[in-house]
Design a protein around this ligand. Structure first.
Ligand SMILES: *[C@@H]1O[C@H](CO)[C@@H](O)[C@H](O)[C@H]1NC(C)=O
Ligand SMILES: *[C@@H]1O[C@H](CO)[C@@H](O)[C@H](O)[C@H]1NC(C)=O
Ligand SMILES: [Zn+2]
Length: 399
């Protein structure tokens, strides 16, 4: 009954699962420790994950769909800063096919030094992909799935190692970015992809020369989404502070094809579609480090115009034009979420905005009634009716 008791029991189950089977997670650096029986998970058996790994059935799971219209602009989300990511070619890194993905082990000299409240050290990176016929990113943006996704896994330096950190709520930070098809070969991804043919079988590994690991991520590390979630493979620990970059990384079509066709998985079949199903938000909020089109009207940064020490969001303004909101349907719940963080200033703007919109809509409605009455009596001017109709619908779309 006591929550402490429950927690102890869950920790025990988790520990037993780990001891008996190895974590088996591609998000774990020790994924090769795979025991017999229950530790052998697969993407096909996703419905059974939570039988052996209770966290997989939790309320803060990953991946999620990110509805950009519902994200909350948070000016305190600073640009992500990386250090030690540029590795000399004389350094050798282990690249491994663990049956679930390809994992590049990273030296502990790589770290996140800005953007998070605490310091995180890198352990490994890996990829998720689809097949020749379908995309395979784990996260989706406005329900759009990208061809592939990279995850760079870090642990909080206040813990001794990854294994200890991964069971604590503030233990892990994962940087995620979407891979898309572009016109050119990507030289950074080439450093990984050119070795895949030597590790086609599950469990095979190869040493590859160091390179600038940051080149695998987007150039712009200022624009991102942030939320609290989990590892996307068993044991699904809910200990990941996620950063999903808004800028994508471009690979050539040939490179994407090599990624999705070269490796084999556990049953010797092609290693494809290694992404987990979308998980429910369960009331979680997704923050954005930048203003999206819809939020820019409603979500003025707290104390905007006077936030000391904050440089102008030059990257955000210049890097990407925000797209117009797709539908008005989400705006009410977004406004609801917004109440938690916005200032009075934003509220005032909203009130005036809605007042004006209401007045315009009411006026349009009255004119419409009036016109209809006239129409019953005699034919009205078609231009006039057109103007009124257009005005009314335009306002509706704007809300
Ligand atoms: C994530 O969890 C921490 C600790 O509970 C909390 O302080 C923070 O606000 C959460 N972040 C988001 C984006 O909800
Ligand atoms: C980046 O943000 C814009 C504005 O919210 C959005 O329309 C776009 O889909 C986002 N793309 C990614 C990859 O996050
Ligand atoms: Zn992953």
């Amino acid at each position: 009954m006591s929550s402490t008791g429950l927690r102890v029991a869950l920790l025990l189950v988790a520990a037993l699962g780990r001891a008996g089977a190895g974590v088996g997670a591609e998000d774990s650096p020790h994924s090769h420790e795979r025991g017999p029986g229950q530790g052998h998970w697969s993407y096909k058996d996703w419905q059974e994950w939570n039988l052996h790994y209770p966290d997989c059935g939790g309320m803060m799971q990953s991946p999620i769909n990110i509805n950009t219209a519902k994200t909350i602009f948070s000016p305190q989300l600073r640009p992500i800063q990386l250090s030690g990511y540029s590795l000399p070619s004389k350094e050798r890194l282990k690249l491994k096919n663990n049956g679930h993905t390809v994992v590049l082990k990273l030296p502990e000299s790589l770290a996140i030094t800005g953007g998070y409240a605490q310091q995180y050290r890198a352990v490994q990176l890996h990829l998720h992909w689809g097949s020749l016929t379908g995309p395979g990113s784990e996260h989706t943006i406005n329900n759009h799935r990208f061809p592939a996704e990279i995850h760079v896994v870090h642990y909080n330096t206040k813990y001794d190692n990854f294994e200890e950190a991964m069971v604590h709520p503030d233990g892990l930070a994962v940087l995620g970015a979407f891979l898309q098809v572009g016109p050119r070969e990507n030289p950074y991804y080439r450093q990984i992809l050119e070795h895949l043919y030597t590790i086609q079988g599950e469990g095979e590994e190869v040493l590859v020369p160091g390179f600038n690991i940051a080149g695998l991520l987007p150039a712009n590390l200022n624009l991102y989404f942030h939320y609290n979630g989990s590892l996307t493979t068993p044991a699904c620990y809910q200990t990941v502070k996620w950063t999903i970059f808004n800028q994508t990384v471009q690979l050539s079509q040939d490179q994407i094809s090599v990624l999705v066709t070269t490796l084999r998985g556990d049953d010797d079949s092609p290693l494809q579609n290694n992404f987990r199903r979308l998980q429910e938000l369960h009331g979680r909020h997704v923050l954005a480090s930048f203003q999206t089109a819809l939020t820019s009207v409603k979500q003025l940064p707290p104390g905007s115009g006077g936030s000391p020490g904050r440089p102008p969001l030059g990257g955000a303004a210049g890097a990407k034009p925000s797209l117009a909101p797709r539908a008005g349907g989400d705006s009410s719940s977004e406004a609801g979420a917004e109440k938690h963080t916005s200032s009075f200033q934003a509220g005032d703007v909203l009130a005036v905005l809605f007042g004006v919109l209401f007045a315009v809509t009411a006026l349009a409605f009255l004119l419409y009634i009036h016109k209809h009455r006239n129409q019953n009596a005699r034919l009205d001017s078609p231009t006039k009716s057109k103007v009124i109709y257009t005005a009314a619908t335009t306002d509706e779309n704007a809300v």
